[in-house]
Design a protein around this ligand. Structure first.
Ligand code: UD1
Ligand code: CA
Length: 452
């Protein structure tokens, strides 16, 4: 069986009060429609079509990396009309699965169960029981079997009392879907072509409607406004936090963790409050992340300690290294085993060797620093002449005194010492002391200028 997915995303989403199409609003760092797309791919869909209307250019541009076909629904005449913009492109023997770009948290397992129930021309429908079903299409059953869906706006009081509602998500044989869509009219209160009419048509044709009920309503919740988006974001994040806790990772507060990507953590690691992880982040075992850290696309090996408010991006940090508080580790940085980076140190495109330290107030850019090097407070690599970037090399065992400027390209020799306050403009030899200060003198009886 081949699966073909149609994602409806033509609605304007006016309640978001945004110039951006609704489905582009982010959940866990990616557009909500990307969650639906990713789930489709997880299900092994051979074809995915997105029905779009409002904000099509922006949508296509931001979803360039999707492997999908785009189907325009120029006018929003209803969900059946929306599906019809895409369904004729599906091969007749495929199973069509209808998803919604604003329903981001449906689990792949749920949809797999749904799709597996499709047989012949029977329809497989996802439903949910709600305490307050106001606004939703009600599932009407006779002798337990689904006979129709009645939209809230078309419902009588008896039907309004039904708590099992339609989620809009359904799977059906594609050729039968097209047959049905051709028969659906817009004879209802809203004057729309309702996809849900397919249920009554199927029943009329003597086919069955099999249902799958989701346990948690968030799986089928559609996002209409920013409050709902924020609520689903928290539910999603809580799911990640619960999984980490189950896997043996300590969290100071599971409600104050944000993962916007893929976070892998080794056992006995601990994450304190208000940390944000973006992209692909891997933490080894026994890693400790203090409050307020932002870590993106990085690998941090076992037993590292990341102290408060450190920002780390595109970096590799080897085991037993300490970073922070208030360190900024920028792309291309490698901190070798047991190194130390302290407060107000910015490091970019630099390798800091084993056991080396840069403990305070420094900028190290485009440099290669060997093992057992000490970088004194206030050391700056002057890597940029306004047009080009140059490299600084500091060989193993070197000691860089405080407030040194290293004007790149420049190399400091092995075990070399640079005196505090030196401006290094030429390479220094191994085992030497380099200093560029003028000798200190004191002028006796000197008086400060007085105001005239
Ligand atoms: C729909 C269902 C209802 C169900 C509810 C669950 C129908 C007729 N009704 O109602 O039974 O309980 O979802 O949330 O299907 N869309 C388009 N083009 C259109 C119309 C809609 O792309 O012409 C998209 C919208 O962007 C939205 C989704 O389809 O993402 C649902 O449409 P909406 O009109 O909001 O349907 P509901 O009234 O919520
Ligand atoms: Ca509607």
């Amino acid at each position: 069986m081949n699966l073909s997915v149609i994602i409806l995303a033509a609605g304007a989403g006016t309640r978001m009060r945004s110039s951006k199409p609704k489905v582009l609003h982010g959940l866990a760092g990616i557009p909500m429609v990307e969650h639906v797309y990713n789930t489709s791919k997880t299900l092994g869909a051979k074809q995915v079509q997105v029905v779009y209307g409002h904000g099509g250019d922006l949508l296509k541009q931001q979803c360039q990396h999707f492997d999908v076909e785009w189907a325009l629904q120029a006018e929003q005449l209803g969900t059946a009309h929306a599906v019809q913009q895409a369904s004729p492109n599906i091969s007749g023997e495929d199973v069509a699965l209808i998803l919604y770009g604003d329903v981001p948290l449906t689990k792949a397992e749920t949809l797999e169960a749904l799709v597996n129930k499709v047989s012949a021309n029977n329809v497989s429908l996802l439903t949910v029981e709600l305490d307050d079903p106001t606004g939703y299409g009600r599932i009407v059953r006779e002798d337990g079997k689904v006979i129709s869906i009645v939209e809230h706006k078309d419902a009588t009081e008896d039907i309004k009392a039904i708590k099992e509602v339609n989620t809009g998500i359904l799977a059906v044989n594609a050729s039968y879907l097209n047959d049905c869509l051709n028969k659906i009219d817009n004879n209802n209160v809203q004057g729309e072509y309702y996809l849900t009419d397919i249920i009554a048509l199927a029943v009329n044709d003597g086919n069955e409607v099999f249902t799958t009920q989701v346990e948690h309503s968030y799986e089928v919740e559609g996002i209409n406004d920013r409050k709902q988006l924020a609520r689903l974001e928290r539910i999603f994040q809580r799911g990640i936090a619960d999984k980490l806790l189950t896997d043996g990772i300590g969290l100071a507060d599971p409600d104050r963790l944000d993962v916007r990507g893929e976070l892998t953590v080794g056992s006995d690691s601990f994450i304190d409050v208000n940390c944000v992880f973006e992209g692909k982040v891997t933490l080894g075992e026994g890693v400790s992340i203090a409050p307020g850290c932002v870590i993106k696309n990085s690998t941090i090996a076992s037993d590292c300690i990341i102290k408060p408010y450190s920002v780390i991006e595109d970096a590799t940090i080897e085991k037993q290294t300490e970073v922070g508080p208030f360190s900024r580790i920028r792309p291309g940085t490698v901190l070798r085993e047991n190194s130390r980076v302290g407060n107000f140190v910015e490091i970019k495109n630099t390798e800091l060797g084993i056991n080396s330290k840069a403990s305070h107030l420094s900028y190290l850019g485009d440099s290669e620093i060997g093992k057992n090097v000490n970088i004194g407070a206030g050391t700056i690599t002057c890597n940029y002449d306004g047009a080009n970037k140059f490299k600084t090399v500091i060989k193993e065992g070197a000691f860089i005194g405080s407030d040194t400027q290293l004007v790149a390209p420049v190399t400091v020799g092995k075990n070399a010492t640079i005196a505090a306050g030196t401006t290094v403009t030429k390479d220094t030899d191994d085992d030497t002391l380099t200093l560029s200060r003028s000798p200190q003198k004191s002028i006796k009886g000197w008086t400060r200028p007085k105001k005239k």
